[in-house]
Design a protein around this ligand. Structure first.
Ligand code: AMP
Length: 299
């Protein structure tokens, strides 16, 4: 199966305009280094749409100056091969959009936020907590690039993973508030056999630490057990933290939050709304630190 690879918005739009007017177009945005989590999104997109576009773009504006923009894994040839292999109901991915940074940021982009110029998108009230506390401009970067990508692709539906659950909450609010004609579809977390949530950043870990990091999911499940037994916020969070005692782990946050407004739950979870139990952990070995995130939905 040959996939077209577009590097410019112009080429992509030209192709988009050539599609039959009533055909549906699904879209899967990624930063590449594809794993089975990404592939699950692509498969669902193929199943639900006449045409599928996958983007591969490592977006500078969602990285802080001290983060891993330069070392983020870039594996385009392997990604292309994987995408060429997927077929669902006899059809595969139509196009990959893999633009350059100047194509996506015509006014230029610096990682120093105070020096940035031009148009950016912020989703207020949902971007400051959880991931946003440690990564203050992260969701501004995400909302901005996803807006640009939606404008370039012209999709009807876009597919995202529950793995980045705050991102899905932010983007659902963005399309609603900015009247974007795109449906956000959220799919479950794909995990390694050990239970560790798949992530392009798992490649930073040694085999030993990768296996040990499955404790993060174990910890979330201990929290979920407390919830299932009727436990309140304190007992749920305690169960999570008590499971992560290994010296390699430094917990950034554990949160029990409302699934729509993302404010922290006080006391007991309201069973009618449910809650998101989420965690970010720094895992350390030999002077290298990798930040991993994971979550489970309590309902
Ligand atoms: P990324 O390339 O990390 O920006 O991720 C692209 C998309 O894949 C996002 O919507 C992620 O939430 C999703 N994704 C990443 N890891 C997983 C996973 N383990 N399971 C399901 N979706 C995932």
């Amino acid at each position: 199966m040959t996939i077209q690879v577009f590097r410019t918005v112009r080429e992509l739009r030209q192709w988009r305009r050539s599609l039959p007017f009533d055909d549906s177009l699904g879209f899967v945005p990624t930063m590449g280094a594809l794993h089975d989590g990404h592939i699950s999104l692509v498969s669902k997109c193929l199943e639900e749409n006449d045409h599928t576009v996958v983007s591969i773009f490592v977006n500078p504006s969602q990285f802080a100056p001290n983060e891993d923009l330069n070392s983020y894994p870039r594996t385009f040839p392997q990604d292309l091969e994987r995408l060429q292999e997927i077929m669902v109901n006899g059809h595969g991915v139509d196009a990959i959009f893999a633009p350059t940074v100047p194509e996506m940021y015509p006014s230029g982009i610096t990682l120093q936020v105070e020096e940035q110029k031009g148009a950016f998108v912020s989703v207020l009230g949902l971007s400051e907590q959880l991931e946003g506390k440690t990564r203050p401009n992260f969701f501004r970067g995400v909302a901005t690039v996803v807006t640009k990508l939606f404008n370039a692709v012209g999709c009807d539906k876009a597919y995202f993973g529950q793995k980045d659950i705050q991102q899905t909450v932010v983007l659902k609010r963005m399309v609603r508030d900015l009247l974007m004609p795109v449906e956000i579809v959220v799919l479950p977390i794909v995990r390694e056999d050990s239970g560790l949530a798949m992530s392009s950043r798992n490649t930073y870990l040694s085999a030993g630490l990768r296996s040990k990091s499955s404790d993060i999911y174990l910890a979330l499940n201990k929290g979920k057990e407390q919830y299932d037994k009727g436990g309140d916020r304190d007992s749920i969070l305690k169960a999570v933290l008590d499971t992560l005692t290994d010296d390699s782990f430094q917990v950034d946050y554990v949160s029990l939050a409302d699934p729509v407004e993302l404010q922290e739950v006080v006391g007991s979870v309201d069973k009618t709304t449910g809650a998101i139990l989420s965690i970010a952990v720094y895992v350390k070995e030999d002077g290298r630190t990798t930040r991993l995130i994971d979550n489970v939905i309590l309902q």
